[in-house]
Design a protein around this ligand. Sequence first.
Ligand code: PHE
Length: 352
Amino acid sequence: DTQAALQAIAEASSLEALQQLKAQYLGKNGLLTGEMKTLGQLAPQERRERGRVLNEIKQRLEQALAERSHTLEAQALEAQLEQESVDVSLPGYAFPSGGTHLISQMQAELLGIFRRMGFSVVEGPEVESEFFNFDALNIPPWHPARDMQDTFWLEGSSEFRIHAPGGQPTRDQGRLLLRTHTSPMQVRYMVEHTPPFKIVVPGRVFRYEQTDASHEAMFYQLEGLVVGEGITMADLKGAITELARGLFGSEARVRFQPTYFPFVEPGAQFGMWWAERERWLELGGSGMVHPNVFRAVDEYREQMGRPRAYETLTGWAFGFGIERLALLRYGIPDIRYFYQQNRLSFLRQFKP
Ligand code: PHE
């Protein structure tokens, strides 16, 4: 019954069902196929007539099957698109990202302030020799000032010499150590360069120390050195004032108080007025470069075949700890938060 077949095809609810119907009518053992097989037994006239009718039915069925199949495919596609569509009103996924460590941020800020004043930024080695870290800075072995900075001494073959300025080990530089301050870079730089110049030296320093809320065995310093003709303590005060203004605004004030470091004379510790909290922050040490330091530099230069260059000049230097500045500025209670604990809840507060 053709009508029934066409109806069944039009109502097929899935592509599988349609496939079954196709087999049922047009397949190898299908109804229509069966009818076709009987044609051979008919008389020629009758056969032609019946064959035409059967062919027509076959075409109608095939067309109906194709149409239904199209419709079902379109419906399936629609359903799939529906399912896969993106709801743009849903909240997105938050990708975790890192940030610059507070101390790196502080260091960049400080270097920016000094670059604007025309300073060059240079760095020196963390493994240093006794000569650059102490002797050349007017701290001979017997000097009590060596006790001011407890030192990590390194074992090492006496053959091993870290690179002296200029590349050659021109003299016995003594034992190896982890630098206790960035000041040895003063000497290294002066041996290598002809004044006048203005430099700042950021870097890690190490102290053999019991750690507590305000002491770490490793921390960062920023060193400054200016050498030239007629350089005075007034220039030092000007630079530190500019630093304070850069950090705390145009109202910032600085103060200097006499103190002792073997490599400066006179020496002064300096502090900054923190208007917001109405208190002084003691930041670091400074002073005029000691003549003995210039003398050690010139002596070293002579040994390398370079002209003496510092006899008639003056200069000043300063040095301070970057963590200490960050502690005070942000009211952080413990220096160990920076490196030992690495708590994300702490670090995230300072994500830029
Ligand atoms: N190097 C000294 C320290 O580590 C700081 C300092 C640097 C003092 C330069 C005077 C001049 O404490």
